[in-house]
Each structure stands twice: as structure tokens, then as C-alpha cells.
Ligand binder design. Sequence first.
Ligand code: BGC
Length: 759
Amino acid sequence: MKTKLMIPGIFSLLTLTSMNAQNKAHLDKTKPIETRIDLLMHEMTLEEKIGQMNQYNGFWDVTGPAPTGGSAELKYEHLRKGYVGSMLSVRGVKNVRAVQKIAVEETRLGIPLIIGFDVIHGYKTLSPIPLAEAASWDMDAIKKSAAVAADEASASGIAWTFGPMVDISRDARWGRVMEGAGEDPYLGSKVAEARVKGFQGDNFAGNNHIAACAKHFAAYGFAEAGRDYNTVDISNSTLYNIVLPPFEAAKNAGVRTFMNSFNILNGVPATGNVFLQRDILKGKWQFDGFVVSDWASVKEMVSHGYAKDGAEAAMKAVIAGSDMDMEAHLYVEELAKLVKEGRVDEKLIDDAVRRILRVKFELGLFDDPYKFCDEKREKEVIGSKANHDAVLDMAMKSIVLLKNEKQLLPLKKAGQKIALIGALANDKNSPLGSWRLGSDDNTAVSVLEGMQEYKGNVLTYEKGTDLTVGKTAFIDELKFNNTDTSGFEAAVKAAKTADVVVMVLGEHGFQSGEGRSRTNLDLPGNQQALLEAVYQANPNIVLVLNNGRPLTIPWAAEHIPAIVEAWHLGTETGNAVAKVLYGDYNPSGKLPMSFPRNVGQVPIYYNNYNTGRPVDSDNNVFWSHYSDVEKTPQYAFGFGLSYTTFAYKDLQVAKSYAKGEPVKVSITVTNTGDYDGKEVVQLYIHDLAASLARPVKELKSFELTSLKKGESGSITFTLTDKELGFYDNDGKFIVEPGVFKVMVGGSSDKTIDSAFEIK
Ligand code: BGC
């Protein structure tokens, strides 16, 4: 077919007629969804059912001529036959409408597609990378940020995001830590819930919320040595207590889909894993949405050595509960035959299809397949002023102040000479991160642009060095080994005459994300050399870090007086950084991941076990430590400063509680500095003696509190069985009597402590 797809041809009219001949009782909105699914499934052939389980990537300029070669032509053919249930990465109302029109008007049953897309931290107007957002510890803001992302994505025709990623990771070498909420399951669970609610809203009645997807189920964040896609080998305790809780939180928040993961767990790829998908997710947790495979992960089971060919891979994936095949093409190729040969029970197909249709019905796609295809909304919503304001707010909240000596910050607004140095200071592309498929390159506000808004000072800019060599793009193999020092001299000269030097250094946005693992977490390229050269000329440096993961910055941590962790903050990066540097926003972020001193400490995380030899009791060598570096991180989980200071006192908790009785813990926090500010008050527990060893600290509650200068506030936390218990090695949740240490403070490594007993 060579006609433009936007114009219904004779063929479409004919098929429309044939579809009209079908029973359309499932379109009756007054009937319950399960009844509508029954009615529709009754009409479906086996091939059409399997079609619902097949997801294709966008394959051609869908508003142009139909493809004529290779797999694109076949995909198009399948689409017309009703052998495609979903497409990903088709976007823009015009394009989505075009493919949806084929599904609705040209296929026999007219079942609408569900269009998915990686809306990871915003669609076009980008918010900070998810790790940065987690640093805000502000669940309302995170929810709002996801709602903004859903607003723009839905206005572009998209019905479903492949987010949130809720993988916990303790390994900064893994490039995808930028997509998650860091190392802690409690914070990770709260963030998962906020994101799901933000994307999905209360229901899908309007057209500005979309289905969310908790990914990657499960344990993908524990890839050995932080190398993406690598083997995972974890204990049951880690699986149940660290990995699974954020997924369960997402499920409880109503997430409608899950994505499985590329890794194996106990030798079984997640995609073929009955235990994960059938026993836990759909069994124990009673999840009634659907599971999509990760990209071609059904086929990758052959590479894993878990299936001998594509047919066996498809069979194992379906049996294990992978409902939709993303881009492996194996369901559409193999499943009908497998059912006919009796190797796959058709009931499993029915179950998968029912789940997929359920989500489509819930989204309202049967009632209006074009509900996300409103050109007017597309123009008004995407890139709106309100959305820019929202991502700016989120960006400021995500910034973490790591060091501020000599009161270098906030900067004075007038009468100063400021030298701004570093390639990333004038970069409008890097702050967008690597997941920015719906956005346009070079659209971030750079730090230079943000600082230029403050006109009272004299601002000079010197790049100093380039970070990247050559062009960078989403799928390029990147080169960050720049050794050219020719710009150092000018940078040093600018620093010499400045009152304050602001240096923006770190990773390029394309250096973190999928497939971007690193074994070296130092400042890439010759940025460290530049930093040291500038420091010789003028030590009054404010170092602004841009990065998608914890970096190792021991020299800077020791020498540089002020350090601001600014991650990759999205579209409004420069404005957010400038507002914080100039004190128009007082930073309150706290690290969601420990920053190692060097890469050899990785994995390093705060909720570790004590070991039998935690301290040097005999002044000897035989205790759990390193001989060449301290065992503590450079910056601990939960750490972050403010322009003001906070004092903690009066930690109160009763001495003992009956089992099941809520434990009340209260604390008084006072703003003792010179600015109004916000503080994340964190509560940790340690179950001192249990039937299984418990971590030395576990975050169990937190509260983001605003205090005016001089003001005190009392905060009361309530701990229930949910916070006091843990999972045993069989996945059973248990609460045991005994003594618990309770620790409250503004960082995991700075708390005041007490204890209580559960009788
Ligand atoms: C990633 C997923 C993503 C998918 C679709 C995969 O490579 O692991 O997180 O949603 O691609 O783009």
C-alpha cells in the first residue's frame, strides 16, 4: 500500500465495513470492564489475541508512505492485521493518530493500540534526572514533576510511560543509577509511590494522565561490578528487604504495568522467571495489570543460555508471566504454533490478553482511541510556562549543598567579580541527561545564562577545557578523554582577578544512563587538572557538580571551600543553579546515595551490616577496614547542608512497648542560623539482636520541615510493625521483640540516639 496513511483509502473503508459487521458489544461503556473484556475476547482469534501481546518500536515516518522493505514492511502488515497491541516511541499527535487509525479502522476488531514511551524525567520540558529528584526528599514535588511529564506526554499522543524505574542500586559505576531513587528501599518506596501517582493521577478519566510502569523487575540495579546488563547474584535477604519493597510500593500505589529486566536471578532470566512474575508479582501481590518484557529480553534468553531457540524463549517467557513482548518479535512469530502444538496452554495467552485489554479499557482507549490526540492541547501544553515553572521548582529542590566554608555561598549580588569556568558551565545540552527523546537538543538554560540574569556583578566566562571529544548523541559510543590544556591559561587568568570563581565540572549528560557504566568515578577528562590549576590562582572556588551518579572527588572535598551537587537538572538547570548560588533559594536536598572516596569502596551504602569486627578494638590489623582509605564514604546517604543550620535536641521515646503498639518518637529541631530554611529530618532504626542479622541503620521515616530563622519545631514519628519488621529468607514478614536503637538527625552519619524495647 503506497497511499498516504492519513487519507483513508478504499481499502480502509472496506475493512471498516467488515469490522462493523463484528459484534461491538464491548464498546458499551455502561458495562463493567471485565464483562467488556469477555465480550471482546469472545470475538478474537488466537492470532489476534497474540497480536495484543506484541509490541513494536515505531518503524517509519508514519505519516509518510508505507514502508516497502525489510522488517518495517512486515510490522506494517502486522499492524493492519491486528497483530500489534502496542507500539513504543511513536510520538506527536499526527504520528500517533496515524498508527491508531490503522489499528482502529483497518483491523478486523478495531482494538486500539497502547502507545508507550520512555518518559523518564519529563517529556519535552525536562525535569531533573530521577536520582536528583530523589535528593529533594519532597514527595509532593516529585509527584507534581511526574504529573507534568504525564501532561506533556499525553498531549503528544502517549498513553503509557516506561517509568518509574524503581531499581535500588548501591553501585555508582552503574550508569542507570541516574534513573532511580538511589540506594535506600524506604526512600525508594516513597518515591516510587509519588511517581506512580503523579503519572497516573487518581483515574484515567481526563486525558492528562498516563499508565505508569514499575521497572525493571527485578534486581537489575545489582548488576555485578556495576556493568550494565551483567549477572545479578544477591541473597534472599537483599531481594526481599532491599530490591522488592519499591516494586511492592508501586503496585500498592496502583501502577498498571511492570517491565521485567535483562538480568538473571539464581540462573533464571527475569523474563522467564516464574518465581518473580507469577509467584510474587501476580500471586502474592495480586497484581492485575500487565508485564511488558524489556527490549528484546525474550530473545536474550537464548544468549543467557536459558532457551535453545526463539520458540523455547517465547514459551518460557509466556509461562513465566511476561505478557507483552517488546521488540523481540517472538510472540508474534512463535506463540500460535506453540499453542497448536500444546506446548503453551491457551489459558496463559488469555490471561495475558485480559490483562493488556484491562489496562486499555481503564485508560479509556476503547471509548476514545484518540483521547491523547488533541492537536490543540499538544500546542498549548507542551513547553508551557506552567511546566517550565514546575521543573524549575523541582530543579532547585534537587540541589544538594555539600560544603560551604568561609561562607562563600550565597554569592553577594553586587560589587563582585565572578569568574565562571568549565565546559559544562556553557553547555545547553548536557543538563538534559541521556533520556531526553521527546525533547530538543541544546534547549537547557545553561549555568552561564542563569547567572547572567543576575546583573549586579561582573561575570566573565572561560571554558578552560572541553569535556567531550567530537559530537555526542543518544547512542554514540562517547569519548571523554580530552587532554587539550590550551584553555587553562585563560581560565587561570580570569580566576586571578576574580573575587569568587564558580567552576561547573562533572559528567556530560550522555555519560550516565543505560549502557553507560564506568570504572572510574573521578572528574572525567582533564577537569581535575583544570580545577587544581585554577585553585593555585584563586582558592575561592565554588564547585558546581553536574553528574548522573555519585562521583569520587576526594581532592575537591578537602581543598575546595564550597561544593554544590547540581546533577543534571533538565531544561531549567541554569536558572535553578543561579537561584541557589545567589541565595534566592536556600538548598535543602540530601543525598539519596553515598558518595565513595574512591571507586574501590564501591559498593558502599549506609544500611550495611555490622560484621563481627566493625571496629579496631585491639589496635591491630584484623578488623573490617581498608588499609589505604577510611571505611566511611566521602559524603553519607542523607547528607546535605543548608545556608542556615539546624540543631537537634530532646529525642524522646518510651522505654518499652507491647508488640503491635505504635512506637512514638519525637524530636525538637531548631533553625539556629541566619536564613529561613528546610530540613529533612530522618529517622533510622537498628534492630540490635534478631533471628537474622539486621543492618546498622535503616531509614524508617523522614519529614521535610520548614523552619524560619530562630524557629523550633517538634516532630513526632510513629513506627508500626511495617517499619519494625523485616523479611526472613523465605520472604515472610516478621516482627520480633527486642531492643531497637533509634537515631534521628539531618544525615545518616549525624544523629542523636536513644533506644526502646518491644516486649
Ligand atoms: C531499557 C528500558 C526501556 C526500553 C525501551 C530498554 O533498553 O532497559 O528501560 O524502557 O529500552 O526504550
